[in-house]
Each structure stands twice: as structure tokens, then as C-alpha cells.
Design a protein around this ligand. Sequence first.
Ligand SMILES: *Cc1c(COP(=O)(O)O)cnc(C)c1O
Length: 246
Amino acid sequence: MAEEFSPHATNPGDDEPSLAERLALVQARIAQAAARAGRNPAEITLVAVSKTKPFGMIAELAAAGQMDFGENRLDELWQKVDEAQRQDVTGIRWHAIGTIQSRKSKLAVGPFALVHSVDTRKLAERLNRDAEAAGQRVAALLEINVSGEESKHGFTPQQLLPEVPGLLALPGLHIQGLMTMAPLESEPEATRPVFRRLRLLLDELRARFPQGDWRHLSMGMTNDFEVAIEEGATLVRVGTAIFGKR
Ligand SMILES: *Cc1c(COP(=O)(O)O)cnc(C)c1O
């Protein structure tokens, strides 16, 4: 069998940046975006989205100081939590960022820093019930469908407002802000209005429900995290720019 010519055949990935180098580049871009907006970069947490990637890559990044990781599937999240324990990698803050079917709400109660994707009243109530049964309080964000597109998960801004008092009253949930998935645009600038609308909604919630804790805006991914930071993101969820293509 003839071997195909490849300059990397013996030394794969020779000139590829390492994970730590990709991480440093994303951190630098975060700092620059924060500076443009007159924000302190320490207010912004980079959640490295490790879905589909092996635990070894997470361990390598943790060794480089990256401690926040996001997964969109709860079974994969739990596998990685177990793996961290087996390999004695400590200090990781795990984020559940993907859609959660309400019948699987129990799996979202665990050793997680934050559940970003509470997208219905029903899920909030089930999570509350499961958290109370486990003697926990789940830190959570409300997912908002800013554009109102049918295909998107989350509360529309109009749906959300009348629900807020009931959501804030659930003792098993500690709601800490809002999250959105912007529509995928080829031009990052095109997502700015979506991020701005989410920030304005957070401002409105702060004014109308001052008893709530409205500290977080989870918005921005590989394509558009710099725009999200300029518009006030406190959590950016970045996968591809760190881990490479999935
Ligand atoms: C996969 C995913 C991301 C990261 O996407 P990239 O484009 O790879 O940065 C962010 N948020 C959610 C909810 C995701 O599922």
C-alpha cells in the first residue's frame, strides 16, 4: 500500500499550536475585547467547551490554569466528572450548557458550578424538586430565546417577565442571570443586537426584581465571543477556538 505524502507523517502536529497556546490566544482576545469596552477582564469567565473531546485535553488545560469547563450533554458531563476524580484532577468548575430534557432533570443536580440552560418553567420546577430532594441548591441561568425563532430553546422576553416571581421563589434554584444562544452568523458583528437585547433584558430584571441575583450574562461562542464581551458577557462559552474542530 502506497503511503500518501504528508509532511507531518512522522511528526504529526509539529507546527500546530498546543492547547495551552490556543488557550492563551483566546485569553488575550478576551482581554483585548474587555479593554475596548472599558471592562475589567477579571469580570469575564472563559468556559472552555470540551464536549466530544477526551478528558486528557481537559487535564492538559487544567494544568495550564483553565478551570471552567462546559459540556452540553449530561451523561458526558458525569463521565468527565468521574474521570477527573479517578485521575485526581481537582478544582475544575463544571458547567452544564446544553438543552436538558425535563425528564432528565435529576442528572443536572450534581457537583456543577452552574447550569446555564433552564429554558422552561417545567424544567425549573423539576430541577427545584430534584435539588430539594438532594438537599442542594442548583445555581442556574435562564435561557432566553432573544430572537423568538421557533427553532430556538428558551423563554422569549415576553414569556419570561410574568414567570420571574415564581421562578425566583423556587428554593432549590439559585438563579444568577441569563444565557442565550445567538443565531449562527457568518459575520460576528451581526450577533451584536441579540447580545445587546439580552443585556437590556438583564437591566430590566435588575430594576423590576431587585430581590433577584442578576450577576451573569452567558453569551458568546467561538464565532462571536469578542462582540459578546463588548456587550457585557460575564461568561463566554468557547469550544472550537481552544479545542479545534469537533
Ligand atoms: C458547543 C457549544 C458552545 C461552543 O461552541 P463553539 O462554537 O465551538 O465555541 C457554546 N455553547 C453551547 C450551548 C454549545 O453547545
